[in-house]
Design a protein around this ligand. Sequence first.
Ligand code: ADP
Ligand code: ASP
Ligand code: MG
Length: 457
Amino acid sequence: MRISESLKFGIRSVECGVKDLYSAFCIPQSALGRFGIPQFKGGELMALVVQKYGGTSVGDIERIKNVASRVIATKNQGHEVVVVVSAMAGETDKLIHLAQQVTPNPDEREMDVLVSTGEQVSIALLAIAFKSMGYNAKSYLGFQIKIATDSAFGKARITGIESEKILDDLKNGLVVVVAGFQGVDESDNITTLGRGGSDTTAVAIAAALKADVCEIYTDVDGVYTTDPNICSKARKLSKISYDEMLEMASLGAKVLQIRSVEFAKKYDVPIHVRSSFNDNSGTIVCKEDKEMERVVVSGVTYNKNEAKIEVMRVPDVPGVAAKLFKPIANANIVVDMIIQTSSADKGFADVAFTVPKSDFAKTLQIVKGTIKELGGKEVDADENIAKVSIVGVGMRSHSHVATQMFSALAKEGINIYMISTSEIKISCIIDSKYTELAVRALHDAFQLDQPEVKEEK
Ligand code: ADP
Ligand code: ASP
Ligand code: MG
């Protein structure tokens, strides 16, 4: 069943629960309208909440018990809760490392069988914790639900979610615990959704169930103007638009996986990013509103997980770019920045582009094959790069933002290798050793520690 179809039979009918829980954040009315008639339980308004707890939040047994207590507190307020959990902190890395000890290029299907096991441990432990506290709960792996995906192992996309089992369990008063990050393809192969994929599981489930809100519990208490772990001046945002969050996530702010924001935007699911270690209100990710439009730059991001490949002296004739990039796309590799420049030799061009580091070796192998065909001369590769970016919806109407960014980097003596822009972001590729310096310099240059950077009149 496709997601869009499964949404049609979503039977949630909660309107006021979310207002009750989230009135402080002024979730746009449009986000509430679809929930229909309010539901009551013992005279109280009830909401359906999907809560996702990341690896650090379930990092040891005490933390798992802490998660169980938090979920029970929500349930005791009269709400229905579906919990999505990640593997315990460090477990997915450990599993990947095990496979790499067998071979540097492990089979992709079997890798998904392996790495999906981390979440099996955490859902079972959490369900055991609930039961030991006297609450009825049931854990599910992706294929048991079922969370249907395509067959792109290691980066599968969710194509549908069957919600019947979850809804039945909720009706019977159970807490439903779902393994994040995993699904099953049409041939019953186990798949995984890419690093950080539990966020996407949670939002997709929230969309399929028409939940009132999807709460993402992590080790920071919201989305900040930049990574608070590398910039002490980072400021927590009370709200951010889906579009800005999409840009921030795609540019490296790993607090939310990009696909989770895509789902949230498409199905209008409000996300609340907050900490599992305190009760602070966090950041609401929702539709853009007027207040947000005034912000020129809302965040700075960095991504050290890309590598640069440069192909020198390919013939400057129609069709060359297509020939170069088609086999890369066919291998399911997503190319990010692309720059083509005229080569010093007339009639030739140099093409530079970036790919995820995890696809670097594979891409290099493909490109080396293709340039033989194209008659290109050499391939240069650099893994020590980082992409620093500024993001903001207000940038659309401002001409000086780019120069301000380049000047801030120049002032620190940081050289820019590549630049790319969109309506609401500017990214620069730099040497990775300057990443933290660049992030702090940009945060300062755009005064992001101040409550708001207003439009100049
Ligand atoms: P989880 O394991 O809970 O999914 P992640 O490690 O995936 O947590 O995401 C949380 C981390 O995201 C934070 O510890 C922080 O270092 C990082 N991060 C990067 N950019 C931002 C940002 N703009 N706001 C908040 N956190 C950010
Ligand atoms: N356990 C997976 C990872 O480490 C998925 C997740 O945490 O969201 O990437
Ligand atoms: Mg994460």
